[in-house]
Ligand binder design. Structure first.
Ligand SMILES: [Mg+2]
Length: 214
């Protein structure tokens, strides 16, 4: 029974983008346009080259920002501000999901490769802001992103997460690998299931999944 698999969990860790709102909101589309524009301006390249570099950075370093920092010593502050300067009108409040998260036993935190202020804006638009005890972004891991082990360690030690008694909800399967290795229960939240040893559960409906746990 699924509830049993989570009975030891005291800390519930949620990714933000495409996890706490449906991919259909297409929020990330707005961010991607800004990321590409930033790469074009910072490196003085055309759009095609910028998109190619973004893919390369994502595969090699986990995020566009990590690639820009490693290969071009880019300052993360202006980048993070610019790419997250978006509108949230495609997001709808989800009181049902808010109640389900609130009712989970223990501590609830968000950990995003965006920033904590950005996460706060998204959660507000979703009506989920009161459901969480703390928000963590890439700035809390010295700008190292998930899926890096050091990033998870930085955020989890800052919050005092006992990973043996924690669960992680994520849409990017790469970001479940280290949590699994650290002893966490892993839940892949995405339209399509992917078979991988480091994924304990899959759901295409976060609210329906959480409803089965409480
Ligand atoms: Mg995500």
């Amino acid at each position: 029974m699924i509830r049993q698999s989570f009975s030891h969990v005291r800390t519930w860790v949620f990714d933000l983008d495409n996890t706490l709102y449906p991919p259909a909101a297409r929020l990330f589309d707005q961010i991607e346009v800004r990321m590409t524009r930033f790469v074009m301006q910072a490196l003085g390249v055309e759009q095609d080259r910028a998109n190619h570099l973004r893919k390369h950075y994502w595969h090699t370093y986990g995020t566009t920002l990590a690639g820009l920092m490693r290969e071009h010593d880019v300052d993360p502050g202006p980048y993070l501000e610019e790419v997250h300067d978006i509108t949230f009108d495609t997001l709808e409040p989800d009181p049902h999901l808010a109640a389900l998260i609130t009712n989970l036993p223990g501590r609830k935190i968000v950990y995003t490769n965006g920033t904590a202020p950005y996460a706060a804006q998204v959660l507000k638009a979703r009506g989920l802001d009161a459901a969480f005890d703390a928000l963590y972004g890439v700035e809390h891991a010295d700008f190292a992103p998930k899926p890096e082990r050091a990033a998870f360690e930085a955020v989890f030690s800052r919050d005092g997460v006992d990973t043996r008694a924690a669960a992680m909800f994520e849409d990017d399967i790469r970001n479940l690998s280290e949590p699994h290795a650290m002893g966490m229960r892993t839940v892949h939240v995405a339209p399509k299931a992917v078979k991988a040893e480091h994924i304990h559960h899959h759901t295409d409906d976060l609210a329906a999944f959480l409803a089965r746990l409480t």
